[in-house]
Design a binder for this molecule. Structure first.
Ligand SMILES: [Zn+2]
Ligand SMILES: [Zn+2]
Length: 431
């Protein structure tokens, strides 16, 4: 196993070295043209680089002969792209659907565009749900498969995906795990026809009509989460941000690198753990919609209440796969739509001037059942008629649905037995 891994890495290094050695051409204007097997992208200088600011590398897509991918990107290389640009040109009436697949306590996110298919992570090793989900969606090939980091809840089903689909290119962080899951993933990559790359911060790739900005890692530290591949994927004017299991220190590093991080849709880092989605990062990203991927009643307590409170304080709508199953967000490059109805129903602006303090909203008499506030279906505003339910807890309650009983409300941060008794005494909440 060890030899195999070493030889794999050696092979990768040789391939990368030969690629760089043999395929770079520099014209008189200083423009680098790098011919790579498939992914065409644009590299830009780092913020601190002293090279001329116009240095641009143009990757020319040259599909491998063995690839059967039906959606080879054919985009014109971008000549002016920088890590801060936001808009990409996309085909007329083209749409992108982003599927945050329900893979229990793990990650797998599929982007299906008009001329690209990207899969970021492939679920858990102890499950077999990714390929069936892709089949149901109608996927026939994958242009880019990303393993954000070598944990078994992210690269778990790499072997199944690589065996089932032609994959043009695989990206891994470069961190190595000693686990059998990692070995199997590496074996599957080796056995496939996919090209292999370890992307680094500052690189920008044009994959069909999607612009993929690599935000992390800049270098590896040996900490798998610090090494999580983080991508900002821009389609027209709409941006999605994926950070794997990157935590606050890495989020801060991305901020410090001076990147444009703004994105309408953010996948919460590390399954909604409190160690990620720092207030500073949320300020930098300014998402309108946050999605977390985690299992129902998972042992980690993901998503953590602290994160939900941070989101609620910024009026960011949040939906999770444990609550709604696979969540689909579609975009035409100008605006986005949440196609998963129950999640979409959360897309109402939080009230500002209309919040009624819970104490004064308490009715004096127990209302008839028909007028009770069903905690599984009530609107954000109606929920706040329940005692102890402010905007933050209401947001959290919505993200934790469904509730089996009123007693189940103790899952909400700050609702203990005495506040639960107040809620029961009020008699407004029902299921
Ligand atoms: Zn992890
Ligand atoms: Zn994870």
């Amino acid at each position: 196993m060890h030899l195999k891994r070493v030889s794999f890495l050696l092979l990768s290094s040789v391939v990368l070295f030969l690629t760089v050695l043999s395929a770079v051409s520099v014209d008189e204007a200083g423009t680098f043209t790098i011919h790579l097997p498939f992914v065409n992208g644009v590299q830009t200088p780092t913020a601190t680089a002293t090279a001329t600011a116009t240095t641009v590398s143009t990757f020319t897509p040259t599909p491998t002969a063995t690839s059967t991918s039906a959606s080879i990107p054919t985009a014109t290389p971008t000549s002016t792209a920088t890590p801060t640009h936001t808009a990409t040109s996309i085909p007329a009436q083209a749409t992108l659907d982003v599927y945050f697949l329900d893979v229990d306590q793990g990650d797998s996110t599929l982007l299906v565009g008009p001329d690209f298919t990207i899969l970021i992570d492939a679920g858990r090793r102890d499950r077999t749900d990714v390929v069936p989900s892709l089949e149901q969606i109608g996927i026939t090939s994958i242009d880019l498969l990303v393993g954000t980091h070598p944990h078994a809840d992210h690269i778990g089903q790499f072997p199944e995906v690589l065996a089932r689909y032609p994959v043009t290119e695989v990206w891994m962080s470069g961190d190595e795990h000693t686990s059998l899951t990692f070995e199997r993933a590496i074996d599957a990559i080796l056995a496939s026809q996919a090209a292999y790359r370890e992307p680094r911060a500052n690189e920008v790739y044009q994959i069909g009509s999607a612009t993929v900005q690599v935000l992390n890692p800049l270098t590896l530290t040996g900490d798998f989460h610090e090494g999580s591949i983080s991508l900002r994927i821009v389609f027209g004017d709409v941006a999605f941000l994926f950070t794997g299991d990157a935590e606050a220190v890495t989020e801060q590093a991305m901020i410090d690198r001076g990147y444009q991080l703004s994105a309408q849709v953010l996948q919460l880092g590390h399954h909604g753990s409190r160690t990620s989605s720092s207030a500073a990062f949320l300020d930098a990203v300014q998402p309108q919609l946050a999605i977390w991927s985690a299992g129902l009643n998972n042992s980690f307590g993901h998503p953590h209440a602290d994160v939900l409170e941070r989101l609620a304080a910024k009026n960011i709508v949040v939906c999770g796969t444990a609550t709604y199953g696979t969540i689909v967000v579609g975009t035409d490059g100008q605006s986005y739509t949440v196609k998963t109805q129950a999640c979409a129903e959360q897309q109402q602006p939080a009230p500002t001037a209309t919040v009624v303090p819970a104490a004064t909203a308490t009715p004096t008499a127990t209302p008839p059942t028909s007028q009770c506030v069903n905690i599984n279906t009530a609107s954000f505003e109606d929920l706040q008629r329940i005692v102890h339910m402010g905007p933050e807890r209401a947001t959290q309650l919505i993200s934790l649905r469904p509730f089996r009983s009123i007693d189940d409300m103790t899952r909400i941060s700050g609702i203990g037995s005495s506040r639960l008794q107040d809620i029961k005494d009020q008699g407004l909440a029902c299921v």
